[in-house]
Design a protein around this ligand. Structure first.
Ligand SMILES: [Zn+2]
Length: 283
């Protein structure tokens, strides 16, 4: 499932063919994905120019000159394919339409953007740009991890007295937006904090240290996504998924990578999700 770095990678890949460009034709091939598409979605998108492509949490937002904003959510398996455009030194021909090609944007300058989603947990919606922050998927989101309002004092205040495990607190989108299971596991490993520790029982100093660690882990993953973007442009024009080395995530039973640590990565289930950690490094 794509997390913030993967979504940011897709946004960066789409920006050159979407920003400043007109959607010459929008094709919508079914009435819904996870939820019904908005009324007359194809007609409302056709002819609109994309002024800005931004990201909020795991949502890609295209602000249009029609004063509407298109929300794109990749869900579990959503994929974006860019064809017909010069991407670096490569030109990708349009493939024959494939099964699960649910939405296709024909852009100015000849690029075609295809949203393919086999499992249909993805979504698209349209909203007035001025009210985008109040959209039901976004209105309760906490600050972005890279924003100024996500800082040490803020996190200390939000975790104070909390009885929930730190893992659940960091996954709570009302506290910080966009963090998912994989990167929370990696953050807690770097912080040396056991995922089951009660959030309110971690010393303020330890909570404060989480803020730069969260940014560091996400920045590294976004950088890895950037390199994969160059690979994908050269491969087949598809965006969104990349291999990235993790210290604990998915490494149950393997040795801890901390120099001098003889621990073995363990896995526990928390709220139905797997937490990976080193029992020796994380207390
Ligand atoms: Zn260890």
């Amino acid at each position: 499932m794509p997390e913030l770095p993967e979504v940011e990678t897709v946004r960066r890949g789409l920006a050159p063919v979407m920003e400043g460009q007109q959607i010459v034709l929008a094709e919508v091939n079914r009435p819904d994905l996870r939820w019904p598409f908005p009324d007359r979605m194809a007609a409302r998108l056709t002819g609109a120019r994309v002024e800005r492509l931004r990201r909020r949490s795991k949502y890609i937002l295209a602000d249009l000159d029609s004063e509407e904003t298109l929300l794109i959510h990749l869900g579990m398996s959503g994929r974006m394919l860019i064809t017909g455009a010069m991407l670096g030194d490569f030109h990708h021909d349009h493939p024959a339409p494939a099964k699960h090609d649910h939405v296709v944007f024909h852009m100015g300058q000849g690029a075609r953007i295809t949203f393919n989603d086999a499992r249909r947990f993805g979504a698209m919606d349209l909203m007035p740009t001025r009210a985008a922050a109040e959209h039901w998927l976004m209105k309760d989101l906490g600050p972005e991890p890279f924003a100024n309002d996500f800082n040490e004092a803020y996190l200390i205040d939000r975790l104070k007295g909390r009885n929930t495990p730190i893992k659940s607190a960091l996954l709570d989108q009302r506290i910080v937006a966009g963090l998912g299971n994989i990167y929370v596991c990696e953050v807690l490993y770097r912080a040396g904090i056991h995922p089951a520790r009660k959030a309110g029982q971690i010393a303020e100093k330890g909570v404060a240290e989480l803020v730069p660690l969260i940014r560091q882990v996400l920045e590294e993953a976004i950088a890895a996504g950037g390199s994969s973007l160059r690979d994908y442009r050269q491969a087949d024009g598809e965006l969104g998924y990349f291999q990235h080395g993790f210290a604990v995530y998915g490494r149950e039973g393997e040795p801890c990578v901390t120099p001098g640590c003889s621990g073995t990565i363990d896995r526990i289930a928390q709220s139905g999700r797997s937490s990976f950690f080193c029992p020796q490094c994380q207390r």
